[in-house]
Design a binder for this molecule. Structure first.
Ligand code: NAD
Length: 324
């Protein structure tokens, strides 16, 4: 067992968290991760309405008696979403852990605190981590440039971002972006973190509620297989580098607006990729850690393998490296 301030604070067995993932973070995955002793997270906006989120939380609770959380990402969307109503549903649901992302969490903290909810804020820079800590969040999930989805605009990879953040952030911090195996967990601990957050790695598991083609594409791809879209809009997103992503980048080069690019990059089209396995139907998020993913285990096999190999590495190769 690897015990950290994060596992203690959040009441989980292993220092591993499944990050919020649009269209992927449903009850099947979140419950499987939590049942494996890690922390599963439902993705709030995957549910079309706040009422659907309430039902999904209830469904997840029927599938696990372990703690799980809900992700709420506040970034530009093609169709406005009623964030306040999603927050109300989360607060009334009895869920005790929320992962916020995309924007300053300060305005929402009083409601979450009042409901006894612990907040993990995911951010992509040291300065945003400092301001979230000052605002009163309980933990930070620091997301480096390697990550899938939105890496921010500073392009700092985790080998520098995490220790720079650990120098100044006092609350427990998770390492996010590029983590997929035991070596990543040991590195995260060494870099000053108290656990890892994984998205893409959990997509390639038996329980992830996405088409087998997507899982096999992740296994078959290397670390160079992603593309960065929305750079020109300062809303960078790392996605699988398919023909749609390349077309979107070309349209950005031509100066096209989000209204013009929207129809090909919409989440609604990405959702079809996950449902049908048609990998060229839309854009879908994936991280550089695809280069480290070689199989499709159950969540339990994955979490137990990562933790046991990390323990063996710390007790074995690393301990032995110290000269007598
Ligand atoms: P969507 O269909 O509303 O938008 C598709 C993409 O276009 C998203 O990346 C979005 O950020 C971007 N976009 C929309 N309007 C924009 C604008 N005016 N300027 C720049 N970029 C713009 O997205 P969706 O799939 O329904 O997802 C809902 C939200 O959740 C989006 O903001 C998305 O970025 C975010 N998200 C969350 C997660 C997560 O794990 N929680 C993962 C990926 C994306």
């Amino acid at each position: 067992m690897i015990k950290t301030r994060f596992t203690e604070m959040f009441g989980i067995k292993h220092p591993v968290v499944q990050g919020g993932m649009q269209w992927v973070g449903r009850a099947e995955l979140a419950s499987a991760v939590s049942n494996a002793g890690a922390l599963g997270i439902l993705t709030g906006l995957t549910q079309p309405t706040p009422d659907d989120l309430a039902k999904e939380i209830k469904r997840c609770r029927e599938m696990t008696d372990q703690p799980f959380g809900v992700n709420l990402t506040i970034l530009p969307t093609l169709v406005p979403r009623p964030y306040g109503e999603y927050i109300d549903v989360i607060c009334q649901s009895g869920v005790k852990i929320v992962e916020t992302a995309g924007n300053n969490p300060k305005p929402f903290l009083p409601k979450f605190k009042e409901a006894g909810i612990k907040v993990i804020h995911k951010c992509t820079s040291v300065r945003h981590g400092i301001s979230a800590e000052k605002a009163g969040v309980d933990a930070i999930s620091m997301d480096g440039f390697e990550c899938a989805g939105h890496p921010g605009e500073d392009d700092v990879p985790n080998l520098v971002l995490l220790p720079a953040a650990a120098n100044v952030i006092k609350i427990p911090m998770l390492a996010s972006g590029g983590f997929a195996d035991a070596r990543g967990l040991v590195a995260a601990l060494a870099l000053g973190c108290e656990g890892i957050n994984m998205g893409t790695r959990f997509m390639a598991t038996k329980e992830a509620p996405i088409h087998q083609n997507v899982k096999e594409k992740i296994v078959g791809s290397d670390e160079r297989a992603t593309s960065l879209i929305f750079r020109t809009m300062r809303n960078t997103s790392r996605v699988y580098g398919n023909s749609v992503a390349k077309q979107a980048i070309e349209m950005e080069r031509e100066g096209k607006t989000i209204q013009e690019i929207g129809p090909i990059v919409s989440g609604a089209k990405g959702r079809v990729v996950y449902e049908t396995g048609d990998l060229e139907h839309g854009v879908w998020s994936a991280g550089t850690c695809m280069g480290l993913i070689n199989d499709i285990p159950t969540c339990k096999e994955l979490v137990e393998r990562i933790v046991s190999e990390a323990e063996a590495m710390i007790r074995g190769r690393l301990a032995k490296a110290i000269a007598a």
